[in-house]
Design a protein around this ligand. Sequence first.
Ligand code: GEK
Length: 251
Amino acid sequence: MSNSDRTIEPLTDRLFATERQPEDFRFDAAVARVFPDMIRRSVPGYTTIIPMIEVITEQYAQAGSNCYDLGCSLGASTLAMRHGIPFGDCSLVGIDNSTAMIERCEHYIALDDNPLPVTLRCENIQQTELSDASVTTLNFTLQFVPPEERGDLLRRIAKATRPGGVLILSEKIRFESEGEQATQTRLHHEFKRANGYSDLEISQKRSAIEQVLIPETLNAHKQRLKDSGFDRVLVWYQCFNFVSMLAIKAD
Ligand code: GEK
């Protein structure tokens, strides 16, 4: 392992800056190294959503329950949840199936001084065990699960959630109207340009990710959350084609 592999200093994302062969996007070591910079400059609202996950967790966490961050990457949402949980007897679990992400995540968790223990599991969220949950977060993760398999995962989360518990679901979405889809996509690309990405970076990243990140409409998400066992669904944040929802299980 080289020194640069060991550093956890987030680097600037230049992964798509030079011409490269088209290849599907993967959450490997190269992505993990630049991930904080990549997600901040690519996802409108990310830097607002993370601190709000802390606020929401504080409202819905229940004493003695489990809290899950599914697709935790480097633990930004896990840490927000850790700081929001007001009970010392909660169990907080971060899960990701990328070894590179989990290895770096361990460092970020260790650097944080909150005393609540965090368990990290390198597992597929589609098979991971879930139980007795009060707050579960899927912050831009469900979009990477094949659409036909999303219902199963959401049903398992709803079944594992206590009455009064919640799922925070953030997703890139698509729009029913072609006109709105085109406008929101253009605005998202302008956001990336304003954050220093070149046209080449934007188009190469788009080609790499479009086979693995499948956005759905807001209505499709809301309906599936209800069909899966959540009683109320509300949108608490939207910026362009990026949305965060709160799915609540009735008391
Ligand atoms: C954040 N939530 O910073 N099982 C486990 N992990 C998975 C799976 C799966 N089936 N599919 C994808 N992942 C984070 C950001 S990033 C979002 C989440 C993005 C993981 C994948 O390895 C990656 O770490 C994460 O989900 C998605 O708040 O890159 O746009």
